[in-house]
Design a protein around this ligand. Structure first.
Ligand SMILES: O=C(O)CCC(=O)C(=O)O
Ligand SMILES: [Fe+2]
Length: 295
C-alpha cells in the first residue's frame, strides 16, 4: 500500500478482474454460443488437430501488461530453482542397449525456477484469471473435452516458470510431454531467445521416428516451427507427439511464463511428495505447519 501525497489518500496497486484483463472482444470466451465464440472454438480445434498447438496472441490485453508483469516478477523473486541432470527427451534412464548417439542416450542438464501456487496471493490477478469459470469452460471446448476444472492442488495448480540465460545454452531442452496437454500464458519475454520451438507430430503412437528425432537433437533445424514469446499470449499445446523445447534465453531479462493445469474431474490433487520434489524443502515445512500428514 502507498500513500499518495498529491491526492491525500491511500492507494493499492491497480487490480483488475478477469473480464477486464482478457481481450473478450477478440476472444469471447464468456460467450461461446455466439457466432464469434463458435468460430474461436473451431479455430482452436483445427489448429490442435493439425499441429497439436494453438497460440492466441493478445489473449491478455496489452494495457494491463505493466500490472501483470509486476505481479509475475514479484512472484518470480520467490522461485525455487532446481537443477536436473542427465535428461533425455523421453525423460527415461540411460539404456545401454541403444547406440551412443541414439536419441534415448542424448542427455542434457537444465536449471529452471518455479513458483508454486501457494505463493500467489489471494487477490492475485493471475489466480483470478485461472479460477475464472469461463476460462476452464473455453479450454474444455477447445480441447474437445466434456469439462475441465482448475487443479485443486495447493502447489501445482498454477505456476510461474522462470528461465534465465545460462552458460550451457540449454533453455528448456527438447522433450516430449507426459501429460496430455499444456496451457501456458506468457508474461515476460526475454530480450532475446526463449522461443517455443516444436516439430509437430514428429512421432506417432505407431512409430517413434528415432532418425528424425535424432536429427533435431543434433541441431538440424528442418521442420522446426517457432512461436516468438510475447506478453499475453495463451498457448494450448499437446506435447506427447511433438518434440518441443524453449530455445535458450539470452540477456538479463528472464522469461516468465504461467503454466496452468486443468483436470477432467473437480477436486483432483497431486501427492505431497511430488510437490516436495518439484518445489523443494519449503513444501515440507508448509505441510508440517498445516499439520497435514504427507501423502
Ligand atoms: O514454456 C513453454 O513454452 C513450454 C513448456 C513446456 O514444454 C512444458 O512445461 O512441458
Ligand atoms: Fe513440454
Amino acid at each position: 500500500m502507498q500513500f499518495d501525497h498529491a491526492n491525500k489518500k491511500v492507494s493499492t496497486m491497480m487490480s483488475f478482474l478477469p473480464e477486464q484483463l482478457i481481450d473478450l472482444d477478440r476472444y469471447p470466451i464468456h460467450d461461446l454460443q455466439s457466432e464469434a465464440g463458435q468460430a474461436l472454438i473451431k479455430r482452436c480445434r483445427q489448429e490442435l488437430e493439425g499441429m497439436n498447438s494453438c497460440v492466441l496472441r493478445g489473449f491478455i490485453k496489452k494495457e494491463v501488461e505493466e500490472q501483470l508483469v509486476a505481479e509475475a516478477r514479484q512472484l518470480a523473486e520467490q522461485a525455487f530453482y532446481y537443477e536436473k541432470f542427465g535428461l533425455n527427451c523421453y525423460r527415461t534412464q540411460d539404456d545401454p542397449r541403444f547406440p551412443k548417439d541414439h536419441p534415448r542416450r542424448l542427455f542434457y542438464d537444465v536449471k529452471e525456477g518455479v513458483v508454486a501456487y501457494d505463493l500467489f496471493s489471494v487477490d492475485s490477478m493471475l489466480r483470478r484469471v485461472y479460477q475464472w469459470k469461463p476460462l476452464a469452460d473455453f479450454l474444455a471446448q477447445a480441447f474437445d473435452k466434456p469439462a475441465l476444472y482448475p487443479f485443486d492442488d495447493p502447489f501445482q495448480a498454477l505456476n510461474i516458470m522462470v528461465i534465465s540465460e545460462n552458460e550451457e545454452e540449454v533453455g528448456m531442452g527438447w522433450h516430449f510431454d507426459e501429460n496430455e496437454y499444456t496451457i501456458t500464458l506468457m508474461m515476460q519475454p526475454p530480450e532475446q531467445g526463449g522461443e517455443f520451438e516444436f516439430v509437430p507430430n514428429i512421432r506417432t503412437p505407431w512409430d517413434e521416428n528415432y532418425r528424425a528425432v535424432q536429427k533435431v537433437l543434433q541441431g538440424d533445424r528442418e521442420g522446426i516451427l517457432q512461436e516468438a514469446p510475447e506478453f499475453g499470449m495463451l498457448a494450448l499445446f499437446r506435447g506427447g507427439y511433438s518434440l518441443h523445447r524453449v530455445a535458450p534465453v539470452k540477456g538479463k531479462i528472464s522469461r516468465l511464463q504461467c503454466i496452468a493445469t486443468f483436470e477432467k474431474e473437480p477436486g483432483q490433487k497431486a501427492s505431497d511428495q511430488s510437490s516436495i520434489n518439484i518445489y523443494g524443502p519449503r513444501i515440507r515445512e508448509v505441510l508440517q505447519a498445516g499439520k497435514k500428514s504427507l501423502t
